[in-house]
Design a protein around this ligand. Structure first.
Ligand SMILES: [Zn+2]
Length: 232
């Protein structure tokens, strides 16, 4: 059987099985969506958002790109975020990275991968900001830590968008969360949770801006992040 035909067959089997169990399953979903979560994840085929969280269609609004970037110049991300918050009223915005992320590791290796190197400039920014911490680590740990820091910096970016700041100023959600998925065991590792205000973002994320001129408070904020992740 050709590969694509296998997908078609699996789709027919799935549709039939779902309707056998619940004849109205698809009819209810066709009425509209009201997801609680907006997930920003990596394109990696080994990170199946719905499978790993047990979610059904309609529960997670999703944007995927290489290395789970929430770039403030990316119209696709900004559009999806605004739609999720203003029109779908999602409760949670989640950035989900994963260990052994090819995009993140390619950023550590340097430039020679084609157009993706342009896309990964955000990850190289994370390396630059956290250079001292990363340089002090052995190679394998450096890759894992960069995956974590990349997630945290993307959560920070989400907190810096006008749509999120407007929602918070009105006393509304979303709550921001940063996760890492471990390909080796299928488990999600929460890095930062319950970021629900600018004060939270400024104290819990590693790139927080202080009041005295905008310098990153890396040391203090990283401690806060580690504490939030139960690692201190
Ligand atoms: Zn990846």
């Amino acid at each position: 059987m050709k590969e694509i035909e296998r997908l078609f067959k699996n789709n027919r089997d799935w549709s039939e099985a779902m309707r056998e169990t619940d004849p109205e399953y698809f009819a209810r979903r066709a009425q509209g969506q009201s997801p609680m979560f907006f997930f920003i994840g990596c394109c990696d085929s080994r990170v199946p958002t719905e499978v790993m969280t047990g979610a059904h269609p309609g529960e997670i609004f999703t944007l995927r790109n290489i290395a789970n970037q929430a770039a403030l110049t990316d119209l696709s991300f900004l559009t999806a975020l605004e739609y999720a918050i203003e029109f779908l009223d999602v409760k949670h915005v989640v950035v989900c990275g994963h260990y052994k992320c090819g995009g993140v590791l390619a950023s550590l290796a340097g430039l020679d991968h084609g157009i993706v190197d342009h896309w990964l400039s955000g990850v190289r920014d994370v390396i630059r900001i956290h250079r001292d911490e990363l340089d002090a680590l052995p190679e394998e740990e450096r890759g894992r830590r960069l995956v974590q820091l990349n997630v945290l910096e993307q959560v920070y970016n989400v907190s810096r968008t006008p749509v999120v700041q407007r929602a918070w100023a009105r006393g509304r959600r979303p709550i921001l969360t940063g996760l890492v998925y471990d390909l080796e065991n299928g488990l999600i590792d929460p890095l930062v949770t319950d970021v629900g205000s600018l004060v939270d973002a400024n104290t819990m994320l590693p790139h927080a801006i202080d009041d005295s001129g905008g310098a990153p408070q890396r040391a203090r904020a990283t401690q806060g992040v580690l504490a939030a992740a139960g690692r201190t």
